[in-house]
Design a protein around this ligand. Structure first.
Ligand code: PEP
Ligand code: MN
Length: 343
């Protein structure tokens, strides 16, 4: 087991005492310390398996008592929280669908505050990171001390290779805002298929994650939920052996020297960029004044199209992505129009 990676693993759903004990036993042998299993399952459509509910709580407690693992499950309302606490479960996660609802999050936060339980918060299914930040703030505000977060990607209209669209920048922004909140990646829900869990996990590690929550089932093909994305314990072991974790930093002299040189170059270019943008804006201001004096309209589509064509052609010559340049120039254009529109 790679000691640099913090792991939570277990089935999507707890289905039977036997399935829970068998999966947890295999994971414990691999050195996994924290077991996950959903008891109350938020299913998109009715008529599918919605979890065994509180009936499975004693199975999770058995995992803790007999295997010495920490155990966690998903809670979606205050009643779930109370049932977990009454059973002696002290680690819970808030699922993506629940994070999207501030009323539910507040109710759960109030039930958890001051209990000392560990709580993990998944990002919402919709691409609205503010809801995620809001949930973290509600839990912190309620007095939850041991708080972590789980990145599981977003549901979007445009279908990608993965079940969810990763949008990794959101994870980076979360880390910037909440450096003290441990951030897990959930490659299982993000990927949506067992064959892709390994590559998503590796990508997460390359981007600086050092904690993963992975769905593992003793017999995935028989799973009652998310059958296609769960790994067998042995596939999970193979994946773990192949993962290469990256250090957050390195003190090696040649690495430091290379990075210092390259960063000095970036810093100098950033100065030039900002100065250039300021000079460009000054010209926009003067153009705005001239248009006003000449009583000419601010937006001139033909001129703008010509600018965009020229910069994307130059960008192409320099190996820059056309979409990237267009996004930047649309922002510049918008700011320039706002400047010319000033009274
Ligand atoms: C789960 O972890 O089983 C789950 C339902 O995930 P999410 O809330 O990310 O969809
Ligand atoms: Mn699942």
């Amino acid at each position: 087991m790679n000691p640099d990676i913090e792991l939570i693993a277990g089935p999507c759903s707890a289905e039977s005492e036997k399935q829970v004990m068998e999966t947890a036993g295999a994971l414990s042998e691999l050195g996994v310390e924290t077991f996950r299993a959903g008891l109350w399952k938020p299913r998109t459509r009715p008529g599918t398996f919605e979890g065994v509910g509180a009936e499975g709580l004693p199975w999770l407690i058995r995992v803790r008592n007999e295997l010495g693992m920490r155990v966690c499950t998903e809670v979606a309302c205050a009643d779930h929280v109370r049932r977990c606490l009454d059973a002696g479960l002290d680690m819970m996660w808030i699922g993506a669908r629940t994070t999207a609802n501030p009323f539910d999050v507040q109710e759960i936060a109030d039930a958890l505050g001051g209990t000392g339980a560990s709580v993990l918060v998944k990002n919402p299914a919709s691409p609205d990171p503010e809801l995620w930040y809001g949930a973290i703030e509600r839990l912190k505000g309620a007095g939850v001390k041991d708080l972590s977060a789980i990145f599981r990607g977003f549901s979007t209209f445009s279908k990608t290779l993965y079940r969810n669209s990763p949008h990794w920048q959101t994870a980076a922004e979360f880390r910037r805002r909440y450096p003290s909140v441990a951030l897990y990646c959930d490659p299982s829900h993000l990927a949506g298929s067992a064959e892709l869990v390994g590559e998503v996990s590796q990508r997460a590690l390359d981007l600086g994650f050092n904690a993963l929550m992975v769905e593992v089932h003793c017999r995935p093909q028989e799973a009652l939920s998310d059958a296609g994305q769960q790994l067998t314990p042995s596939a999970f072991a193979t994946m773990l052996a192949s993962l290469r974790s990256r250090a957050l930093d390195s003190g090696a002299a040649d690495y430091r020297q290379t990075l210092d040189e390259l960063r000095a170059g970036i810093d100098a270019l950033d100065c030039t960029l900002v100065r250039t943008l300021a000079a460009r804006m000054e010209l926009s201001r003067r153009i705005g004044k001239a248009k006003k004096e000449g009583n000419v309209s601010i937006i001139q589509t033909d001129r703008w199209n010509a600018v965009l064509e020229r910069v994307t052609a130059l960008g192409k010559e320099k190996g820059l992505d056309a979409g990237f340049l267009t996004r930047i120039y649309n922002e510049i254009h918008e700011a320039s129009i706002a400047e010319q529109d000033k009274k």
